[in-house]
Design a protein around this ligand. Structure first.
Ligand SMILES: NC(=O)c1ccc[n+]([C@@H]2O[C@H](COP(=O)([O-])OP(=O)(O)OC[C@H]3O[C@@H](n4cnc5c(N)ncnc54)[C@H](O)[C@@H]3O)[C@@H](O)[C@H]2O)c1
Length: 255
């Protein structure tokens, strides 16, 4: 029997499959989109950063379909999914990745509008996009969803990010429940990254000393990279994880 390297196996799996990555214009989503394109998939990228979307389109050409979509807007999500289905016929894989930390808040003194915004972008979007995905995805086998939770779901995250941590806990619960709802046709898993060096963290870790202090709290003694989270996402989306559903996988350097 021919020996296939992991990359070759994944290329054979993803070739001409269609994936949708929300929040794919930067960080983890961008890394996942790039890896999927490299494996031969066609990737729809939804984000709100227009310039970065244009850069993605230029970089990957007709292998990607970029669109400015606010995933917390149900009508916009539905419209964008209709367009995507018309363009490429359906969607096989979904990465529910768009997210924000939101402004610092405590429960004692919270801002209701900001709370609604964080809930809408991080959590309600998962309902909107997953629902549209299910309607748009055909009867192909090996369909899959990966949601971005966080270790903040169990650690509570940093003080001041309680709205964020709450949505990430809900993303894990959403994953357990949706995995049951969609079995056996669609596998649904989540990733719980630890501290990953992307833009969402840029205010938190503006100072190199704070990066070092954080690294010391992580058993593997460093922050993670978007590429490392993307490798786990691509694996969970692929048939390499064919018997795994309803799982939240830490990618956290042991934290
Ligand atoms: N970086 C970390 O340490 C870390 C840790 C745990 C979980 N996560 C999760 O990983 C996911 C990706 O984060 P990242 O680290 O790559 O950060 P990032 O800021 O680089 O990427 C987030 C992307 O989401 C997009 N986005 C924000 N609001 C949107 C909206 N309303 N509609 C569409 N797109 C929107 C942003 O424009 C951005 O491109 C997030 O859900 C985040 O919570 C990140």
């Amino acid at each position: 029997m021919q020996h296939l390297q992991p990359h070759a196996v994944q290329s054979a799996f993803f070739r001409d499959r269609v994936a949708l990555v929300t929040g794919g214009a930067s960080g983890i989503g961008y890394a996942v989109a790039g890896k999927l394109v490299g494996l031969g998939a066609k990737v729809a990228i939804w984000d709100i950063q227009k310039e970065r979307l244009d850069e993605c389109q230029e970089r990957y050409g007709d292998r990607v379909l970029t669109r400015s979509v606010n995933v917390s807007d149900k009508a916009a999500v539905s419209k964008a999914m209709d367009e995507l289905t018309r363009a490429w016929g359906g969607v096989d894989h979904l990465l529910n990745n768009a997210g924000i930390i939101g402004q610092r808040m405590t429960v004692q003194d919270f801002d209701g509008d900001e709370l609604d915004r964080v809930l809408a972008v991080n959590l309600k979007s998962m309902f909107y996009v997953s629902s549209a995905f299910i309607r748009a995805s055909g009867a192909e086998s090996s369909r899959s969803i990966v949601n971005l939770s966080s270790i903040a779901a169990r650690t509570g995250g940093m003080v001041g990010n309680i709205a964020y941590a709450t949505t990430k806990g809900a993303a894990a619960s959403f994953t357990y429940a949706l995995a049951k709802e969609l079995a056996p046709h669609v596998r649904v898993n989540a990733l719980a990254p630890g501290v990953i060096n992307t833009e969402i963290q840029k205010d938190v870790f503006a100072d190199p000393a704070s990066i070092e202090a954080m690294a010391n709290l992580i058993p593997l003694k460093r922050l993670g990279t978007a590429e490392e989270v993307a490798d786990a996402a691509v694996w969970l989306l692929s048939d390499g994880a064919a018997y795994i559903t309803g799982v939240v996988l830490d990618v956290s350097g042991g934290r």
